[in-house]
Ligand binder design. Structure first.
Ligand code: PGA
Length: 244
């Protein structure tokens, strides 16, 4: 059985005081579910120290594809690994849309993450126009294939399906649509049986249990609802319950 994951993407939110919230999240009592929090870069090192000895892992929201060099303002995968983080989100739709990250760049960043020993959470997802045109499944399958580097396996890669129109909007696809998409994505994966596919986009305490019970959904990548410990702890417990 694939272990369910509750992953919290804080985006550009969080000051040092937010570490209190992180510790509350890390104290959520679960035995099986994996917990990963993605704070902003400025809190990464402190967050990694703070959760030592708990089940909670820490990841970055982005990395550069080069090992090092003249890239002012950028952070490499090795630097992220070096401060005790274990995961990195690659190709979030906000980075694809706002910072021009193509599938090719996403693939290079994921390869850099793997080389540094980090687990890459590779994000994919369709726009509302594509969903309405009936092209979502085809688009996402192709985007996934183009974003996966050589050597991607269940031990170094997690997929996050995040329909762009569901992110931060309160809109969520039907369970049937999520099931159909996740089944289609799994068909195209290397290491298909073992690789985790998360759902992301307006996951909340009120819908997490239902979504995590959908076939081929191995947990969630959560934005807004990961900022409050009370809400995210409920989502973690939903991931635990979904494992039976
Ligand atoms: P949301 O964001 O949970 O606020 O919709 C999800 C994400 O962007 O990962």
């Amino acid at each position: 059985m694939r272990t369910k994951i509750a992953a919290g993407n804080w985006k550009m939110n969080g000051l040092r005081g937010s570490l209190t919230e992180l510790l509350l999240i890390a104290s959520t009592e679960v035995e099986q579910a994996e917990i990963i929090i993605f704070p902003p870069m400025t809190l990464l090192a402190e967050a990694a120290s703070a959760v030592q000895g708990t089940r909670t892992k820490i990841g970055a929201q982005n990395c550069h594809q080069a090992v090092n060099g003249a890239y002012t303002g950028e952070v490499s995968a090795e630097m992220i690994e070096n401060i005790g983080a274990t995961h990195v989100i690659i190709g979030h739709s906000e980075r694809r849309a706002l910072y021009g990250e193509s599938d090719e760049i996403v693939k290079a960043k994921a390869a850099a993450a793997h080389s540094a020993g980090l687990t890459a959470i590779i994000c994919i997802g369709e726009s509302l126009e594509m969903r309405q045109a009936g092209e979502a499944d085809h688009f996402c399958a192709a985007q996934l294939l183009a974003s996966l580097p050589e050597g991607a396996s269940a031990s170094n890669t997690i997929i996050a399906y995040e329909p762009i129109w569901a992110i931060g909007t309160g809109l969520v696809p039907s369970n049937a649509d999520i099931a159909q998409m996740h089944a289609r994505l799994r068909e195209n994966l290397p290491d298909a049986e073992a690789m985790r596919i998360l759902y992301g986009g307006s996951v909340k305490p009120s819908n997490a249990a239902e979504i995590f019970a959908v076939d081929n959904v191995d947990g969630g990548l959560v934005g807004g609802a990961s900022l409050k410990a009370e809400d995210f702890s409920a989502i973690i417990r939903a991931a635990e319950t979904a494992m039976g």
